[in-house]
Design a protein around this ligand. Structure first.
Ligand code: ZN
Length: 391
């Protein structure tokens, strides 16, 4: 994954012109999702269903759940221009970098762990039940799609924070279990976390509110603590490698050692756990990349929700859809990278069926679209009780 495009974006296109109000946007998106399948889509595979829509979602859909955005008005790239995430190579080679990463992530996890899918995710579930959505490709690592609609195929393009993966034996470990180990290994940090929680410093991911309480946070779910002793932070070894050291590439058995409390020791040659997300400088796994491309190819149109397509892997998928002549819909607050090229040839008589673009929030518009498409009055007013299961 490359560092996202951070240059200025154009003002959002509104298409058709009446999509500049919530009611107009709802009308256009309803037209878009219910139009007959386009007949001129190129290179369709055998399982292709041109009446269905593939969704591509980004950080914007999770903002109403209380998570930070990268590019919005309260976003990390807008407010914190010196923000620099950890790189994959740095993580796997550098024990000191890992200590710093895990210390910040230890504090940041609480907010993500407590956050829940919102009305936007719930509406996606309903659109799936109506047979409108073929699958979801998400850039988000918060697992909200799989929580809200486990029955709808979801490809997590950039992985997920709910688990760790061992960089040596590739076994996964649930994050909750890892988090408990971090608390045990770092009692002073556990006490600091308790204190931050009690003063409410972690109740918001709004960077300004957090800074006011002494914290800085980033959308990966990690937190900066000024002057905190990262050097003393300890993290556990992969339990599988510890129990059964793997064979290394050079054919020798790995050495996996811990201190008396179970913290990973620098004498080890394996047993390093990494969050199961795609870090900057790390490649997306080939099966995930192919799966995302197949998800695009097997649908008749694509709807982008809450993404400015600043990340190359997401932008490339929309470009692929455009090359296949799939109609493109975008529901995103603010501008989107390269969007003028997506709509250059859309006819002026289009009411949404050939493409739509609005600058609205998904948690407001999607429930109203579900209402129109299902005839449910509760959805038409946008006053729907959420029944998202707590995992
Ligand atoms: Zn392992």
């Amino acid at each position: 994954m490359r560092i996202p495009y951070t240059g200025p974006l154009p003002p959002p296109i509104i298409l058709p012109r009446f999509a500049n109000t919530p009611a107009g946007a709802t009308h256009a998106l309803t037209k878009f999702l219910s139009a007959p399948g386009p007949s001129n889509v190129h290179d369709s595979p055998p399982n292709h269903d041109s009446t269905k829509t593939v969704l591509l979602t980004g950080a914007g859909i999770s903002v109403p759940s209380g998570l930070a955005d990268y590019r919005g008005t309260g976003g990390t790239y807008t407010l914190n221009r010196t923000y620099r995430p950890i790189y994959y190579n740095e993580f796997i080679t550098n024990h000191e970098a890992r200590k710093r990463y895990w210390a910040r992530s230890y504090l940041g996890w609480t907010n993500l762990h407590r956050a829940r899918p919102n009305a936007g995710h719930q509406a996606v579930k309903e659109l799936g039940k109506l047979g409108i959505i073929s699958s979801v490709v998400t850039q988000n690592v918060d697992s909200f799609h799989s929580m809200a609609h486990p029955e709808l195929p979801t490809i997590e393009l950039h992985g997920y924070l709910r688990a760790l993966i061992c960089i040596h034996c590739h076994n996964q470990l649930p994050r909750e279990e890892f988090q408990r180990s971090l608390s045990t290994l770092n009692p002073q940090w556990a006490a600091f976390l308790e204190e931050m929680l009690s003063v409410g410093a972690l109740d918001s991911e709004n960077p300004a509110e957090r800074r006011a309480k002494g914290l800085k946070s980033n959308p990966d779910g990690d937190v900066d603590v000024p002057d905190a002793p990262y050097t003393t932070f300890r993290y556990p070894s992969c339990p599988t490698c510890l129990a059964n050291p793997p064979i290394l590439e050079n054919g020798t058995k790995a050495r996996v050692e811990t201190d008396s409390d179970g913290a990973w020791s620098t004498n080890s040659t394996a047993g390093v756990l990494k969050p199961a997300v795609v870090m900057f400088g790390e490649s997306i796994a080939p099966h995930v990349k192919t799966g995302a491309e197949e998800a695009i190819d097997s649908a008749g149109r694509i709807l982008v929700i809450g993404s400015s397509l600043a990340t190359y892997s997401a932008w490339r998928l929309v470009k692929r859809a455009k090359e296949r002549k799939m109609p493109i819909g975008i529901l995103n607050l603010g501008g989107v990278r390269g969007e003028e090229s997506f709509y250059a040839d859309t006819e002026s008589s289009n009411e949404g069926e050939k493409g739509m673009r609005c600058s609205e929030s998904a948690d407001k518009i999607l429930p109203m679209v579900v209402g129109k498409l299902s005839g449910s009055p509760a959805y038409q007013t946008g006053e729907v009780q959420q029944d998202v299961p707590i995992p």
